[in-house]
Design a protein around this ligand. Structure first.
Ligand code: AKG
Length: 287
């Protein structure tokens, strides 16, 4: 009861208050911005509950990186459609409007949500990558929010290369290969640089994170996820949104994008606005 009172005494800042001019400028320049204490503890609790459900549920969109090794970790996409906690979160929290404001879009659609669970205590890094090469999208109005439900030191946080959202777009990495730069498509896009082995050459940014802090980033930004170094647990939700200017795009050789979208290519031609029942409209500026 006391905890409830304490929680409801903390106000939730509105999307307008959170998306300050300075924060939007940082996002535009660096492709990433940390918003301290952006989410009320009630929303963080809802994220925790949703992740718990995702971990218990079976789904064809669950994938284990480095399966069978000490460093394995779980990745699950498109949970929103089967996770009422995430539906509540995205209908009622400021997240969708906040992302629309960072995208400078009148509307925000959900591309998909993505849960990462590093439970083993000594889980590997998430390799450096950009997200857009995996997705069937082109356009600039894109923004994701990474929400960790655990406090994290900087070296276990998600980290970014400042300004890399401005390009180039590299090939994805192949999650089945040991080499974190092994190309996914092997054509059309340059191979990912080996950032981890020459970290000093890159302008890397990351932060100590508390529950309630969120990272808003452009999915063209090069980023990688820290390992769990201190035997800790790290559960995170990424909410991936797009705005008005985003269109359907195909990848080399019409290769399947992630998460798979059977039927999408029958409904849309490359260049069509990305409007499809896979992608719910989450927020629209009131007229
Ligand atoms: O949490 C992680 O380790 C990876 C997150 C990530 O790559 C993303 O949200 O795009």
């Amino acid at each position: 009861m006391i905890i409830r009172k304490l929680h409801s005494a903390i106000p939730q800042r509105s999307a307008e208050e959170l998306a300050t001019e300075a924060a939007r400028q940082t996002f535009a320049r660096d492709g990433v911005v940390l918003l301290k204490q952006a989410l009320h503890p009630e929303w963080v609790r809802l994220v925790e509950l949703g992740i718990e459900r995702v971990l218990k549920n079976d789904s064809p969109y669950k994938f284990t990186f480095y399966r069978g090794s000490e460093g394995e970790f779980m990745d699950a996409t498109r949970n929103y459609q089967i996770t009422p906690e995430f539906q509540q979160l995205l209908a009622n929290s400021p997240i969708a409007e906040l992302l629309a404001r960072f995208m400078d879009s009148e509307r925000a659609w959900l591309l998909f949500d993505h849960v990462f669970a590093k439970e083993g205590g000594r889980c590997n890094r998430t390799p450096w990558h950009q997200d857009v090469p995996y997705w069937p999208v082109a356009g600039s109005q894109l923004a994701s929010m990474w929400i960790s439900t655990n406090a994290l030191p900087q070296d276990e946080c998600l980290e970014f290369i400042k300004g890399s959202h401005l390009g180039p777009m590299y090939d994805g990495f192949d999650p089945s290969a040991d080499d974190p730069t092994a190309p996914l498509y092997g054509e059309q896009y340059p191979r990912l640089p080996d950032i981890e082995s020459e970290r000093e050459k890159w302008d890397i940014v990351s932060w100590d994170i508390e529950p309630g802090d969120v990272i808003v980033f452009h999915p063209m930004a090069l980023h990688g996820g820290g390992p769990t170094l201190r035997g800790s647990r790290r559960r995170a939700l990424s909410v991936r949104c797009y705005g008005d200017d985003v269109v359907y795009a195909v990848r080399p050789g019409d290769r399947v994008t992630a998460p798979p979208t059977p039927g999408l290519s029958l409904a849309l031609a490359p260049g069509d606005p990305l409007r499809h029942s896979y992608y719910p409209l989450l927020w629209e500026r009131p007229r």
